[in-house]
Design a protein around this ligand. Structure first.
Ligand code: SF4
Length: 389
């Protein structure tokens, strides 16, 4: 039991550098003229060795290099980082290896060096195809960069290409969203992630919102944008397999599915999160300190209590629309029945029409999809489970 305490089969690596800071961004990323990238790559590889000494890895099935903007690294720096990671971790032959890319920072040399190192999936941050909206977001790329980048990506030949799009942007209309989605599909991508804008504290958008200077679409209009996206993308062969993610058959994100299934993963790099043997950790959000002592990167470690792990499982796995929470997965992970622990919550959610229950699993209904936060929040503090010591 408790396989959540086994060594991870997934690896996340954080690269916290960006050409400039987007106005909505609250990720750990820094924009400076001459970032210490070479020293950072050395530090990441040192932390990788240290991590595997602490918890010997089994075969790694998925790698995700995110940020920040990993593609601000030169072709040589990307090669060094990826070849170094492949030496430290034992990647399976079929491993999914994703790199987040900004269309304004891609060139043919970087793409070849990623492909040669084993990268087989790109996640490209497009957000919208309208140049004025991109400028308003503070993005460094424009529509022409996206089209050019996708041509290069297809030329080099990546089997999986995902695009991120956003809706609910200031001054964005339903027509803008429709045009962007149509353009994305026309570029032959295998996967689309769609996110509604969230205005987070500490961002430029937050300050403008406080001043009344951020003009966002009304809630109803945002909802109709999302509804249109779900219908249109599904009608064009992309299955909505997670609340915000759509994929052609065989092209779901395996790495993100690790998160949604609440499975463990190594997290390496300044600001990275990891979940190893039942302990969640966050690395320091300071690049210089990280470079000086990558083996002391862990800023905070939290031993996840079993009831928290149960609640997390419900909240995360319900995001997987067709898979949901299989009863057997809950029983295998925790050694108790899901119904014994959360039966009273399930009853309430069924009455409201927000979840479906079959003999095998629990899934969100279409109505539940629109009430996601209420459904996920319903499990918090509700686990009926006594810990025996
Ligand atoms: S490119 Fe991504 S990580 Fe970098 S500032 Fe923009 S939103 Fe943040």
């Amino acid at each position: 039991m408790q396989h959540w305490r086994h060594a991870p089969h997934a690896l996340y690596v954080h690269v916290p550098f960006c050409p400039s800071k987007c106005h909505y961004c609250d990720f750990f990323s820094i924009a400076q003229a001459h970032p210490p990238i070479d020293a950072y790559v050395d530090a990441v590889l040192e932390e990788a060795v240290h991590t595997t000494t602490e918890c010997t890895p089994e075969a790694i099935n998925t790698v995700f290099v995110g940020g920040g903007t990993p593609t601000v690294l030169s072709a040589g720096q990307l090669s060094k980082l990826f070849q170094g990671l492949a030496r430290v971790f034992c990647l399976t032959r079929a491993a999914e290896w994703t790199v987040e890319a900004n269309p304004g920072t891609l060139d043919i040399d970087k793409l070849f060096s990623m492909r040669e190192a084993g990268v087989n999936r790109l996640s490209i941050g497009v957000q919208t195809f309208r140049d004025d909206l991109l400028r308003a977001l503070g993005r460094v790329h424009d529509r022409a960069d996206v089209v050019r980048a996708l041509e290069l990506v297809h030329e080099v030949g990546f089997p999986d290409v995902s695009i991120d799009l956003m809706y609910g942007l200031p001054h964005q209309t339903l027509t803008d969203v429709q045009e962007s989605v149509r353009e994305a599909l026309a570029l032959g991508v295998t996967h689309i992630s769609v996110y509604g804008l969230k205005v987070e504290q500490g961002t430029a958008f937050y300050a403008w919102q406080q001043q009344g200077a951020l003009h966002r679409p009304e809630e109803e209009e945002e909802a109709s944008m999302f509804a249109w996206i779900c219908d249109y993308v599904a009608a064009h062969g992309y299955k909505q397999y997670e609340v915000s993610n759509f994929a052609r058959a065989g092209h779901r994100s395996k790495h993100n599915t690790v998160y949604w299934r609440n499975e463990s993963y190594y997290g390496i790099g300044a600001g990275a999160h990891g979940y190893v043997r039942g302990v969640r950790h966050e690395n320091i959000k300071n690049v210089q300190s990280y470079i000086r002592a990558p083996h002391r990167a862990r800023n905070s470690c939290t031993d996840v209590r079993i009831v928290e792990a149960m609640e997390e499982m419900m909240m995360l796995r319900l995001r997987l629309l067709d898979e949901g929470v299989p009863f057997v997965a809950f029983q295998e992970q925790f050694g108790v029945s899901l119904v014994d622990v959360f039966g009273h919550v399930l009853e309430r959610l069924v009455q409201k029409g927000w979840i479906d229950i079959t003999a095998e699993q629990i899934t969100l209904t279409n109505a539940g999809l629109w009430m996601g936060n209420e459904v996920f929040g319903a499990f918090l503090g509700e686990a009926r489970y006594a810990v025996h010591t």
